[in-house]
Ligand binder design. Structure first.
Ligand code: NAP
Length: 520
């Protein structure tokens, strides 16, 4: 397909601006054609106006119609074939295997949301009838046009057709995506798939738009537009917080679901270190270096009590780190931020470099694995040690005893995940630690590694600030749909004028709460 470098204002292409940029191959620093034209303020405005017009029609589409649309998007993405994988690999440095896996995750996610809206009970219909009080009926309804920002490290699954898009479209919202400048061609290819699906399934023009941009102006204009009713964001803390601040200082503040960075602390307990220290040491090093450490679930903090087994564990981790190979990072900017983050960490009191891996290859943006250590006294005295360093590094913390581990946990900010490696007896013995961690994260893992996030009905990928700007939700898993809907109550409405979900004879055959009883 010939890429044009243009924006999509609904189903129409547009490129009125003068600011241009190109994708860059991070492995060799070369620009990749074509030039992309940053959207003007007027183009952002037109995209949102169209999204509002489309929303008036799209919100009334049935769950079955929206399901067909989501499935059509999945099919169209698959139909792009190798072209998508090749372009994406060139723009991100990510390998074919990783990207075909991520594409499967992306289309499976769309199909899972299709199932959810086709079944229909997600709207949480509630009906209260009484002889001597008005009829009260409520259900969740779509919020309105949503602005969506994807991250550079998941160019498919957290980008144009990623989880935010799938859940917002499933809820009945029209969307305007701000394309990520680190993979503009990938964004354009996926956008064309969505637009084909819009046309094939008869969705209104404006259900989907995408604006390109390299400056913050485009994203800020989107967030500040009065017709945008919510924001889905995946990316850095700095970006998410800036957009959250912009959205909450609007005359009409709107919800921002920003999924940001995290250091995903892991606690290795004595029983596990004794039973299988060397096996888990290898698992840890693999998890830290997976995808050149460019995962929001990368384990950036590792705590354990000092003991003979712990020293042996640290030694095995060190040996593996020395052999670990670096790889191409997503962008030169991310590589430079990684180096600066490491430098800053190493300047902090008590932090020592234990080992670093091998450069490997000729890439201009290699990220080299680094293992650092600090003792719990210094860690507890310095908040900066908890900050995410996005890349293949981890900071091990040597604690003096069990109380130290609990204190470390108590002092943590919000994270996406925390992991406990131990035996069941360890868990019992460290119940205080488990208790504290439940208040700090969205997902608590036992005897596993945080990298790898299943997409299903029960998954929670979120957590208290600063991991996200709203700890009550998730960006992965089917409950993500709830972020883009709000409850609306109908009092004493005639049956014929109610949405199907609330009609007396339950024509959609969904689960509802009727006079307090869950029923079909
Ligand atoms: P990023 O630099 O924050 O970029 C994300 C998007 O936000 C881009 O479109 C970017 O556009 C825009 N943006 C950033 N700052 C902005 C501002 N001040 N005003 C307006 N727009 C702004 O993030 P990234 O480097 O792509 O992704 C890496 C980060 O994402 C890591 O920290 C990683 O942990 C996190 N991440 C989190 C999750 C999660 O689920 N929690 C998942 C994946 C990644 P410009 O590039 O044009 O600025």
């Amino acid at each position: 397909m010939d890429l044009t470098g243009q924006n999509f204002i609904g189903n129409t292409r547009s490129a009125n601006g003068s600011n241009t940029f190109q994708g860059v191959n991070p492995a060799n620093g070369e620009d990749i054609a074509p030039q992309y034209v940053e959207a003007t303020a007027d183009e952002v405005d037109r995209a949102v106006e169209k999204a509002e017009e489309a929303f008036r029609v799209y919100r009334r589409k049935s769950g079955a119609e929206r399901a067909k649309f989501l499935e059509a998007i999945a099919d169209e993405i698959m139909a792009l074939g190798d072209e998508l994988i090749d372009r994406c690999s060139k723009e991100t440095g990510l390998g074919e295997g990783r990207l075909t896996g991520e594409r499967s995750r992306t289309v499976n996610q769309l199909r899972l949301f299709a199932e959810v809206v086709r079944e229909g009970s997600w709207v949480d219909a509630r009906i209260d009838r009484s002889e001597d009080a008005p009829d009260i009926k409520s259900m969740k309804m779509a919020l309105g046009p949503v602005g969506i920002f994807g991250a550079s490290n998941f160019p498919l699954a957290f980008s144009v057709a990623g989880g935010d898009t799938a859940s917002a479209l499933a809820a009945g919202c029209s969307i305007v995506v701000k394309a990520h400048p680190a993979h503009p061609g990938t964004c354009e290819l996926v956008a064309t798939s969505i637009l084909r699906a819009v046309e094939k399934t008869g969705m209104p023009d404006g259900t989907f738009s995408m604006v390109q941009g390299i400056s913050y102006d485009v994203g800020t204009a989107l967030v500040e537009h009065p017709l945008i009713k919510a924001i889905g964001f995946t990316g850095s803390f700095k970006g998410g917080k800036a957009l959250y601040d912009a959205a909450t200082s609007r005359p009409e503040p709107i919800p921002v679901y920003a999924e940001m960075g995290s250091t995903n602390p892991m606690f290795f307990l004595p029983g596990a270190l004794k039973e299988k220290g060397s096996e888990i040491a290898e698992g840890l090093v693999n998890s830290v270096n997976l995808g050149v450490g460019q995962f929001c679930t990368n384990p950036g903090l590792v705590a354990y009590e000092n003991s003979e087994e712990a020293q042996q564990f640290q030694q095995t981790v060190t040996d593996h780190f020395k052999k670990a190979e670096g790889g191409t990072m997503l962008t030169a900017g991310i590589q430079s931020a990684y180096k600066k983050g490491l430098e800053k960490l190493l300047q902090q009191e008590g932090v020592q470099l234990v080992a670093n891996g091998e450069e490997n290859g000729t890439s201009t943006t290699t990220g080299v694995p680094h293992l650092l250590n600090v003792n719990s006294k210094h860690f507890l005295a310095n908040r900066a040690l908890e900050e995410e360093v996005f890349g293949p590094s981890t900071l091990t913390i040597t604690a003096d005893g069990p109380e130290d581990l609990v204190e470390i946990a108590q002092n943590l900010q919000g994270h996406l995940t925390a992991t406990l490696y131990g035996t069941e007896e360890d868990l019992e013995q460290y119940s205080d630690l488990v208790d504290v961690l439940q208040r700090k994260v969205g997902r608590l893992i036992f005897n596993g590694f945080p990298t790898g996030v299943e997409v299903n009905h029960a998954m929670i990928h979120g957590g208290p600030f600063p991991a996200t700007t709203d700890s009550r939700s998730t960006s992965v898993g089917t409950t993500a749909i709830e972020r883009f809907a709000r409850p609306v109550c109908f009092q004493n409405f005639p049956d014929s004028q109610l949405p199907d979900e609330l009609k007396d004879d339950n024509p959609l055959d969904i689960w509802r709460l009727e006079n307090g009883e869950r029923t079909k």
